[in-house]
Design a protein around this ligand. Structure first.
Ligand SMILES: Nc1ncnc2c1ncn2[C@@H]1O[C@H](COP(=O)(O)OP(=O)(O)OP(=O)(O)O)[C@@H](O)[C@H]1O
Ligand SMILES: [Mg+2]
Length: 197
């Protein structure tokens, strides 16, 4: 049950409100499933920040969360829209899906999204939200998706390098960090245990 759990804190004895787990997620289907399983833990007022490079799987995970929450309309990759509300089909919380990629600033820049008003009744998932929306809540779940890269990714110097083909299907390394009282004692490692079959 505790596989993959890493105690945080370089200061032994200090209890900070952090839950932490890391695991490998092979394939987009597993990313979806992680989202669905994560959704079972989520409730209104939860703030989830997704980080990871372009194409890491943030929207895929959000799609799984949307499925798990049972919300209306499929989660998509926002193109021009930076925020979309998916109301629940039942009596669960709505999913507010924000893509903050184009936003350099923090919450001030997203003022008109009224995320603070939406949060108490919704699960708010923010792609590229790290460092931008933390003030919304004292607790947050940070999901980092990492795509192992072969090289340093300095850029397609010879031209014509298809980055999407390079590591597109490589399993993602996912790190879940729960910050704040909401996540204290939550078994995040269970979400990242390998599939039984
Ligand atoms: N665990 C995984 N292993 C392999 N491929 C995956 C995994 N999860 C997602 N993918 C694939 O990665 C690609 C990019 O996914 P997605 O659009 O969700 O990324 P993103 O992080 O939202 O990108 P962006 O930064 O552009 O918003 C998709 O083709 C998806 O199927
Ligand atoms: Mg995306």
């Amino acid at each position: 049950m505790s596989a993959g759990t890493t105690p945080t804190g370089e200061h032994p004895g200090r209890t900070d409100d952090r839950a932490h787990a890391t695991g490998t997620v092979p394939g987009a289907d597993r990313t979806m499933r992680l989202g669905r399983e994560l959704a079972a833990l989520l409730r209104a007022g939860d703030l989830v920040l997704l980080s990871g490079e372009l194409g890491a799987g943030k929207t895929t995970l959000t799609r799984g969360i949307g499925e798990g929450l049972g919300v209306r309309s499929a989660v998509a990759s926002p193109t021009f829209v930076i925020s979309r509300v998916h109301p629940s089909l039942g009596d669960g919380p709505a999913l507010v899906h924000v893509d903050a990629y184009r936003l350099a600033g923090g919450l001030e820049e997203m003022e008109d999204l009224d995320l603070d008003l939406a949060l108490p009744e919704s699960v708010v998932v923010v792609e590229w939200g790290e460092g931008k929306v933390e003030e919304l809540s004292e607790s947050r779940l940070l999901v980092r998706l990492e795509r192992p890269t072969g090289g340093e990714g300095g850029g397609p110097a010879d031209g014509g390098t298809d980055w999407s083909a390079l590591d597109g299907d490589a399993p993602r390394v996912v790190t879940l960090t729960g910050v704040g009282p909401r996540w204290a004692g939550v078994d995040l490692a269970a979400l990242l245990e390998p599939a039984d079959g």
